[in-house]
Design a protein around this ligand. Sequence first.
Ligand code: TYD
Length: 133
Amino acid sequence: MKPRLLDLPVHRDERGFVGVIEGHEALPFAVRRVYFLGDVPGGSVRGEHAHRALWQLMVAMSGAAVVELDDGQERVEFHLTGPELGLLVPPGQWRVLRDFAPGTVLTVLASSEYDEADYIRSYPEFLDWTRSA
Ligand code: TYD
């Protein structure tokens, strides 16, 4: 499956907003972990790895960031600009997270607990892995 940008319902009124992540389209996996990135300096790049089996849903709860995903054949750039957008990331995507706006909090819902064995941290190794899969 390819990565997908999803419209998430956000209920706004004069009291602020309530954003919702629910249902099979946004979460085609059971959530086993939630983590969040913040205080990322504008020029910093995070990620630079792939996962063998992990599914994720990424949301910029506040602020904005760019997520570049590469399946070994094509590279697509996604602009996460707020709680209305969720990026569903299937396994096997080399990701680069960059261009964090000041104050951005990027939340990631993930299908399993932290497992270093699920990471591929070298791009040449990732390309070999995609070709042998
Ligand atoms: P890292 O993988 O470098 O973050 P990123 O993918 O955003 O570049 O993780 C930073 C540190 O946090 C590293 O020491 C591992 C730790 N960590 C956990 O303990 N649990 C987690 O769920 C995650 C994502 C990271």
